[in-house]
Design a protein. Structure first.
Length: 389
């Protein structure tokens, strides 16, 4: 009996975009290997994510099981003024989860031998209908398809679209996570079961509960997740990005790297600008972290047998609560588009044209999705932060 021959995809990037790609493409009948530059697990660095239907659809297709419940539910949105008065209520049931919960669930679903940590892609070459991927370690991998899920500063995108780079939007997201019992009860009583906002003058904050570090959803074991959007010009951002060891960070401040003086400044400003509930969150956070908000949109996603997906292709601002959902939708649609190709694949028959046509259709749809979401993010963000563009 002949062994089943499957087409092979290699995925670059082992964060959520890469994991959605690897799990859905395997479910669509492809052989998949995933390569991640970081030698370590990424799970301890993420914060909160709104659990969108696109994420659940992709995981269902991939056969990835989530813990039950997969997050923490909230029933309404409320807006606070500077004195903690509730100025607006909206009935809006939704579920929030943790970045780490999704990461761990997908990682568990992949066979260990298909995940290669500590492998940094340096570039790729084409070889007829195949692509050859080169890694810093000297490793070379041959595949029918290379999926660039390598994030905002994608090496894959840099090779195909060197002029497309993230542009700083003029503000950052300060973020923090607080163990559930560590918040004073007046603040916990305001936030519990809700998605809470405070809209200030050119600043904006939000908070909600997410599962604990090890997916816990029992009362008392969860975490408060908060975000505070603040404006800084480029020079002030560059100063913030010098970490507590004096090292200039290129992109963001992960937990544990912010200078003590900047944490003190953040707390002072929180006392001057935020409602008591949000102040209590900032005060209770040991290691606030920071991500600059950037805009990025690639004009193409497919380059022969190489494609871009997730943040490597486009980055919606976080007000859309949609970059993880977009990565999930990109990957799920790709797997659906390429499943019949996998079913009819054979090593000897010519098959390139069918793959090209399926990729072109996928690119067309996903570019539109990226445009919709990035446009929405810019308009929401500029309005919240009062940029008069
Ligand atoms: C540690 C971490 C924590 C995050 N936390 C949150 C969060 O709390 N909330 C939220 O909404 N979003 C978070 N995000 C972003 C969120 O994951 C993304 O917006 C979304 O899921 C799509 O991202 P992505 O997988 O396309 O890109 P990214 O998440 O940026 O991942 C890209 C991956 O590619 C790897 N990589 C880059 N270059 C190479 C290379 N040359 N070779 C091999 N690997 C490479 C990177 O190490 C990284 O793991 C986080 C991302 C990371 C990496």
């Amino acid at each position: 009996m002949n062994a089943i021959v499957k087409p092979r995809a290699i995925v670059i990037g082992g964060s959520l975009g890469g994991l959605f790609s690897a799990t859905t493409m395997r479910a669509a009948g492809w052989d998949v290997d995933l390569f991640e530059a970081s030698p370590n697990q990424l799970d301890s660095r993420g914060g909160g994510i709104v659990l969108q239907p696109d994420v659940l659809d992709a995981l269902r297709f991939a056969g990835v099981a989530l813990p039950d419940p997969p997050g923490v539910a909230s029933g309404e949105r409320i807006y606070l003024d500077r004195h903690d008065r509730h100025i607006e209520h909206m009935f809006m049931p939704q579920m929030q989860t943790a970045w780490g919960l999704l990461y761990n669930a997908m990682k568990r679903a992949l066979p260990a031998h298909t995940v290669h940590a500590g492998e940094t892609l340096t570039g790729f070459r084409t070889d007829g209908d195949h692509v050859l991927a080169d890694f810093e370690s000297g490793r070379v991998e041959r595949a029918d398809l290379l999926i660039g899920a390598d994030g905002i500063r994608s090496t894959v995108r840099h090779q195909v679209l060197p002029d497309v780079r993230p542009a700083y939007a003029g503000y950052v997201a300060w973020r923090g996570l607080v163990p559930e019992p560590d918040l004073p009860s007046f603040a916990a009583d305001t936030l519990r079961d809700r998605f809470t906002f405070q809209q200030g003058d050119s600043h904006s904050s939000l908070a909600y509960l997410i599962p604990g570090e090890h997916d816990e959803t029992a009362v008392g074991e969860r975490r408060w997740n908060w975000v505070w959007y603040r404006k800084y010009d480029q020079a002030a951002l560059d100063r913030l990005l010098i970490d507590k060891h004096g090292m200039q960070r290129a992109f963001s401040l992960p937990p544990g790297t912010t200078k003590p003086a900047d944490i003190a400044m953040l707390r002072d400003e929180a006392h001057a600008l935020l409602a008591p509930t949000f102040r209590a969150l900032v005060d209770a956070t040991g290691e606030p972290f920071m991500q600059p908000i950037v805009d990025l949109r690639a004009p193409r996603m497919v380059f022969g047998r190489v494609l871009l997906l997730g943040d490597a292709a486009s980055v919606p601002r976080p007000h859309t609560a949609g970059s993880t959902a977009k990565a999930a939708a990109n990957a799920h649609a790709l797997a659906l588009a390429l499943s019949s190709y996998a079913a009819s694949f054979s090593d000897s028959a010519p098959h390139g044209l069918a793959l090209d046509a399926a990729l072109a259709r996928w690119e067309n749809q996903q570019l539109q999705l990226g445009k919709r979401m990035t446009d929405l993010g810019v308009s929401l963000g500029d309005r919240l932060m009062k940029f008069g563009r």
